[in-house]
Structures are given as structure tokens and as C-alpha cells.
Design a protein around this ligand. Structure first.
Ligand code: G3P
Length: 223
């Protein structure tokens, strides 16, 4: 399962990249707006750090305008992926751009038939939003299961990118179902390596080691 970070914050991206396990980045207009920076400049900064796919979303809503808006974004770096909404115009733009060899991430996917059509249109990634489905009292993970089965039934190569991830359990479930990629807020990436028994166990090991060193008159562990 590939791991992307879902943020436009360059410090978070650098920290996640330094962990050595980051495969890509997703951004969206809300995340960029939170940073208050120039979109193109920030994408350039991100692509200087991360060599895997970096999703950049268009804000146009009609086919021609979407394709036009994608042009300067594609020029920023080879690893830019154009993010389009899962609408009819988005579907048409997906087909146009994919036929030209541009990688597309179809976002705001909330039901399996959207995912079926965007795969037929050649999408590189599809982004089902798990957390937002959970938010309205439905089961977001069921959508991941449906997409996995549909794509496997027909051998579609579009990658399932589980998005709107809210907590580590979402990641465990995505990995068990077989989502190809998860895009995760920095806070949840940090939680992935946390366990209180790891901390407690390490503290006990170090304390025991210190006792031994003190008994021998040597430097304590962790110094
Ligand atoms: O990648 C999509 C993601 O940013 C949406 O997450 O938490 O706003 O539903 P959220």
C-alpha cells in the first residue's frame, strides 16, 4: 500500500518525507487556502521535495476550462497529477487529459459507479472519501470494498486512493481490503508508529541498561 500525505504544508511534507516512507502528496483547494500561499509556487516547492505523484486540483467546473487550467500545472514538474472532480465534465476532462498521457486523480468520489466510469475514462487514481461518508452515518469503508471488487472484476488499472482518512483504524481497514494508496493527514501519519507499550517497553529497557552502566561506572543509555 502506498502512502501519500494529504496536506499543502511544506514543513509537514518535509517531515513525512524524512521518515523515508512517503510515496506522494495530495492537495486540494481547502488545504492550499489554509496555507495562504501561491498555489503554483507551493506545488513547485512540494515537487522539489517529493518525486512521487503530487496531485494538484483544478477549480474550473467545465471541460474546456478544466483542460486549460491543467496546462500550467502540468508544466511545473513531471510528477504533477491533475485532480478533477467526479462530475460529468470532470469525467470528460479525465478522458481528454488521460488520452494525452496526463495522469489524473478523480476526487470527491462517493459511490461505486463514479469509480467505474472514471476508470473507463483512464484515470490514474480515484479518490473515494471515507471520512465524509462516515460523517453522514454511512460506512465509508464499504465503498473501498466495492471499488476493490469492481476494479478486480474487470482488471481496471486505476489505483484506489483512499482519502478523507481520519484515524489509524481507517488505514488498517484500507490495508486489509487492499486499497492501492492512502492519503493521510500528517497527524495520522505520526500516529502510525505510536504505541504506549512501545514507549513503556523502551523506557524500561533504557532504565535497566542505565542500572548496569551505573553499576559499572559508565555513561547512561540515551545520553
Ligand atoms: O484528500 C481529500 C481529503 O483532504 C478530504 O479530507 O478530512 O476534508 O474529509 P476531509
Amino acid at each position: 500500500m502506498q502512502l501519500y500525505i494529504d496536506t499543502a504544508n511544506i514543513d509537514e511534507i518535509r517531515q513525512a518525507h524524512d521518515m523515508g516512507v512517503l510515496d506522494g502528496v495530495t492537495t486540494n483547494p481547502s488545504l492550499v487556502s489554509k496555507e495562504g500561499v501561491d498555489f503554483h509556487d507551493r506545488l513547485q516547492e512540494i515537487c522539489d521535495v517529493v518525486k512521487g505523484p503530487v496531485s494538484a486540483e483544478v477549480v474550473s467546473t467545465e471541460h474546456d476550462a478544466m483542460v486549460e487550467e491543467a496546462e500550467p500545472l502540468i508544466q511545473i514538474a513531471d510528477n504533477i497529477v491533475i485532480k478533477l472532480p467526479s462530475t460529468v465534465d470532470g469525467l470528460k476532462a479525465c478522458k481528454t487529459l488521460s488520452d494525452r498521457g496526463v495522469k489524473v486523480n478523480m476526487t470527491l468520489c462517493f459511490q461505486p459507479l463514479q469509480a467505474l466510469l472514471v476508470a473507463k475514462a483512464g484515470a490514474f487514481l480515484v479518490s473515494p472519501f471515507i471520512g465524509r461518508i462516515d460523517d453522514i452515518g454511512s460506512d465509508g469503508m464499504e465503498l473501498i470494498q466495492q471499488l476493490r471488487q469492481i476494479y478486480d472484476n474487470y482488471g481496471f488499472e486505476t489505483k484506489i486512493l483512499a482519502a478523507s482518512i481520519r484515524h489509524p483504524l481507517h488505514l488498517v481497514q484500507c490495508a486489509m481490503i487492499g486499497a492501492d494508496v492512502v492519503t493521510v493527514p500528517f497527524k495520522v501519519i505520526q500516529q502510525m508508529m505510536q504505541h504506549p507499550l512501545t514507549d513503556k517497553g523502551l523506557a524500561a529497557f533504557l532504565a535497566d541498561w542505565d542500572k548496569l552502566q551505573k553499576a559499572k561506572g559508565k555513561q547512561p543509555a540515551g545520553v
